[in-house]
Design a protein around this ligand. Sequence first.
Ligand code: SF4
Length: 167
Amino acid sequence: MKMAGFYDESISNGLGWRAVLFVSGCPHNCPGCQNKQAQDYNYGVEFNKQEIIDRICENSILKGITISGGEPLCKENISEVLEFIKDVKKVKPNFDVWCYSGYTLEQLEQRDDQITKETLKNIDVLVDGRFVQEKKNPTLKFKGSENQRILDVQKCIQQNKIVQVAI
Ligand code: SF4
């Protein structure tokens, strides 16, 4: 997997100070995409999981990680993304995990494969859905367009309904 970018700390990609990984490659091709270069699976640099984990461990300000892109949950990226999340949790068990995806939670649940199920179990907050230019709203916090939702994934799974995070 290639990495389009990495922020050692940010408060713009989820609640609290977070490290943010932008993976490369995205199949959605949303009109108006702000990160078009990251749609290319070969864009950026090779993802070095251990180096990124070391950088996360050096930073005591962080409360979690956010994985964005690109598309973290496409079939090309999801396995490495899951391994990364699991390894971060080994060294930072109190971290929460946010993930941005162009897929909706319903689309991910419909896949019905083990790797997607396990990945969803390891994500606390999913900002879901493609960017829709007609629904763009720059005043929204942590998302780009009105259709996107900020979901409490574990409550969604346990209660079998959509539960959004109050921001
Ligand atoms: S899902 Fe995100 S990265 Fe992918 S095309 Fe849409 S806006 Fe761009």
